[in-house]
Design a protein around this ligand. Structure first.
Ligand SMILES: [Zn+2]
Length: 415
């Protein structure tokens, strides 16, 4: 008849949409009686009772489509018997002869009932579906473009759920849990926005010991999730529980020319990435890691290797955590376990790996320290921060901590 397919023929004959006709086709496959190729005799339909019910007018086309759709998604080896049981039960319900003597079921009722049957029968058929999922799983990193690397892939549901849990833990808006800043909540110091007048002191605090306003984080939800992933990856890398590469933890390796690092211009290179990265990233990576200085002569021959271990050991880390409580940027509540220890005075400028020179910063605030406008200094071993001008026009240095012990200390001293 000049049509490419049965679907096209039915669409033309009935003026129906492709979607509607695909439902018809699926329903038809469920109730048609195929002819055996060898003997030419008629074979029973897949759902004989539903077929009878349709011929009798007890089930309409709508009802049949509603029922067959969920059943046809079942793996074939749910068992012929199981399909026949569903067939019998569903057609009985359509006729009003079900076990609970309910009135004849309409298309919507049949759809709901068929879904229940599909779930029930799928218990035997869950295995094949899972093995399909196992084959489909995957994560790939694409080619960098415009400074970002696309991530593509399909996660198994439990892996996605685990990732979501990590996001939730890091992005939880609850005060008692770790979190990044909730953008929907106005900062307490927001009355100080340009032209805000007021007292000129964010949050009304005067001595900087208390009342520091929360910071407003402009990141989008997706950006926050990116930073949460970065945090989780760096925590995993330093956990010591991942397999090693070449005898060392799977640490990010960044190479940079000493001159470029000193001048802050040029580019660095991350091992395994084609695109160059900025000097700021190299600083961030080097701040908490091991720096290996490789000296080569003009021809490229290596003439010296110096390794500077400047990782804060776990005793120092615990002590710093006790002092700072978590990320020291006001309003950021990322807890100590998720934070990195930042050298306030760069190692290259003589800053020691000492608790008097280390403060806790979350991945996001560590990474953006050069550009965010936050400044950090140590005042006799106590970290102080100065916010960007829009946040604090008076540019006060303020002590911050979320450490419960230090806060308790202050309360007792005030008393
Ligand atoms: Zn932070």
């Amino acid at each position: 008849m000049g049509c490419r397919s049965v679907s096209e023929l039915v669409q033309r004959a009935n003026l129906a949409s492709k979607l509607t006709v695909s439902g018809y086709e699926r329903a038809a496959r469920g109730i048609r009686e195929d002819i055996a190729i060898s003997s030419g005799e008629k074979l029973p339909a897949q759902y004989p009772s539903l077929r009878e019910a349709m011929i009798d007018g007890a089930v309409g086309v709508d009802g049949l489509v509603a029922v067959i759709a969920p059943l046809s998604q079942l793996a074939g080896d749910a068992g012929r018997g199981a399909h026949l049981a569903a067939d019998e039960e569903l057609s009985a319900c359509a006729r009003g002869e079900g076990v609970d003597a309910a009135p004849p079921a309409g298309a919507e009722d049949l759809r709901a009932l068929a879904h229940v049957w599909a779930v029930y029968l799928d218990q035997d058929g869950a295995e094949p579906r899972e093995s399909v999922a196992m084959r489909k799983r995957g994560v790939t990193l694409g080619v960098a473009r415009d400074g970002v690397v696309p991530v593509r892939g399909q996660l198994l549901p439990e892996v996605a759920a685990q990732l979501q849990r990590i996001f939730d833990a890091l992005l939880s808006p609850k005060l008692d849990g770790p979190r990044f800043i909730d953008t929907d909540r106005p900062a307490r110091g927001s009355s100080l926005a340009p032209n805000g007048g007021g007292t000129g002191e964010p949050g009304g605090g005067v001595d900087g010991e208390h009342g520091a306003p929360d910071q407003v984080d402009m990141s989008t939800g997706a950006q926050k999730q990116h930073d949460a992933l970065a945090t989780a990856l760096s925590v995993a890398a330093r956990s010591g529980e991942l397999p090693t590469i070449g005898g060392a933890a799977p640490t990010l390796v960044v190479a940079v020319r000493a001159e470029d690092l000193a001048s802050g211009r040029g580019y660095a290179q991350a091992e395994g990435a084609d695109d160059p990265i900025s000097i700021a990233v190299a600083r961030h990576t080097g701040c908490e890691g091991v720096v290996q200085r490789v000296v080569s002569d003009r021809s490229g021959r290596i003439v010296g290797i110096h390794t500077l271990d400047r990782v804060f050991n776990h005793h120092q880390r615990k002590a710093v955590s006790l002092r700072d409580g978590g990320c020291i940027i006001p309003g950021c509540r990322v807890p100590a376990g998720w934070c990195e220890v930042h050298h306030v005075t760069e190692h290259a400028r003589g800053g020691p790996t000492h608790t008097d020179n280390g403060v806790l910063l979350c991945w996001h605030h560590h990474r953006t320290l050069d550009t965010s406008g936050w400044a950090i200094r140590m005042n006799f071993g106590i970290p102080e921060v100065r916010g960007p001008a829009w946040w604090d026009p008076l540019q006060h240095w303020r002590q911050t901590t979320t450490s419960r012990t230090r806060m308790l200390d202050r309360v007792i001293r005030r008393q």
